[in-house]
Design a protein around this ligand. Structure first.
Ligand code: GDP
Ligand code: MG
Length: 325
């Protein structure tokens, strides 16, 4: 790693620590209180820990698993000193996430693909409820790809809200990547179709398609998403290559409900969890990693263009449970 890489890594770590500050200080201050005057990890400590994890939106099922793991570890290794609890938590939670899913800690793999001798783009469709951060995440994602020397085209498929197309255009200007838009009221499937066509004609590496996130019934959601996917498949077989579901971490358990609804409605290949900064509910990321077998690929830790990070379980859990200083 060169000197630039080193500083970039340091900056990412600072953004992560900063972004998780609210969740972290809420967990650690309560943990500190629970452990006050205690030297041994006993059942009382585990009870307190259970409550702390549940109220940090880790979720009941996942919390029970974590407590069981800690209890086993304590009895097996005779690790009973309370000063080791944060270390045990980091170790066991990371291990639990790693056992459930294989996150690669890398950006979406964008292979050079050909169809009938022509280069074709890697297509990412972005889905999720209104307001979770889809458009923002698309902008940040486009920036990441651009930094890696890839050519990116955005498709403005949220045609239901006047401001939606405009907002994506602002991101396209900010990042310096083109956008394909057809204004409002056009069917999202039409935009998706045209964007991929343009992606092929223009020889782009990546096409990222925004979609509308109207709260709707499961059947409608399924129909809408499948229409868009069908249109994509018509212009380029195998498209979309990724369906990225964006969830707002600050909504806590609600994010889990949304993940359930979307994964039942369509095949989701990756998750992005946004707005970890400014919430004490960051524990939900752990619950989602445990409950779904879909990798959390990205996390949003701020509104800035470089506030989208690759999710790395060790770093995330490390930042969450390590006291400063
Ligand atoms: P969409 O409706 O799903 O497209 O959501 P938007 O991309 O429009 O985002 C909704 C709001 O959330 C905007 O004000 C964004 O700036 C904000 N937002 C998105 N991601 C993050 C994040 O990681 N941190 C913070 N603090 N705000 C975010
Ligand atoms: Mg949007």
């Amino acid at each position: 790693m060169g000197i630039f890489g080193f500083f970039k890594k340091k900056e990412n770590k600072e953004n992560l620590d900063q972004g998780l500050q609210k969740t972290k200080s809420s967990i650690l201050s309560r943990l500190g209180k629970a452990l006050m005057g205690k030297s041994q990890i006993d059942e009382d400590v585990l009870d307190e820990l259970e409550e702390i994890l549940i109220t940090s939106d880790v979720g009941v099922n996942t919390t029970i698993k974590i407590i069981d793991r800690i209890r086993n570890r304590v009895s097996k290794e005779k690790y009973t000193n309370t000063s080791e609890l944060d270390y045990l938590l980091r170790d066991e939670i990371t291990e639990m996430i790693r056992e459930n899913l294989n996150t690669e800690n890398e950006d979406f793999y964008v292979p050079t693909q050909e169809l009938n001798g022509r280069k074709v783009p890697h297509v990412i469709m972005v889905v999720g409820v209104n307001g979770v951060g889809k458009t923002t995440t698309i902008g940040k994602l486009a920036y990441r790809f651009k930094q890696q020397g890839k050519t990116v085209l955005l498709g403005a498929g949220d045609t239901f809200r006047a401001a939606a197309v405009e907002q994506l255009r602002i991101w396209s200007d900010r990042v310096g990547v083109p956008i394909l838009e057809k204004g409002m009221h056009v069917a999202p499937a039409t935009v998706a179709f045209d964007a991929i066509k343009e992606g092929i004609d223009g020889g782009y590496d990546v096409v990222i398609i925004d979609t509308a996130g109207r709260l709707q019934t499961k059947t409608n959601l399924m129909r809408e998403l499948s229409n868009i996917k069908k249109a994509m498949g018509k212009v380029q077989a195998g498209s979309p290559h990724e369906v990225l579901l964006v969830l707002d971490a600050s909504t806590g358990q609600n994010a889990i409900q949304q993940a359930k609804a979307f994964t039942e409605a369509t095949e989701v290949s990756a998750l992005a969890l946004t707005k970890l900064d400014g919430t004490a509910k960051g524990g939900v990321v752990i619950g989602i990693c445990d409950e779904f077998r879909i990798p959390v690929k990205y996390i949003g830790v701020g509104e800035g263009i470089d506030h989208l990070q690759i999710f790395n379980p060790e770093e995330f859990v490390g930042s969450l449970f390590k006291s400063n200083g």
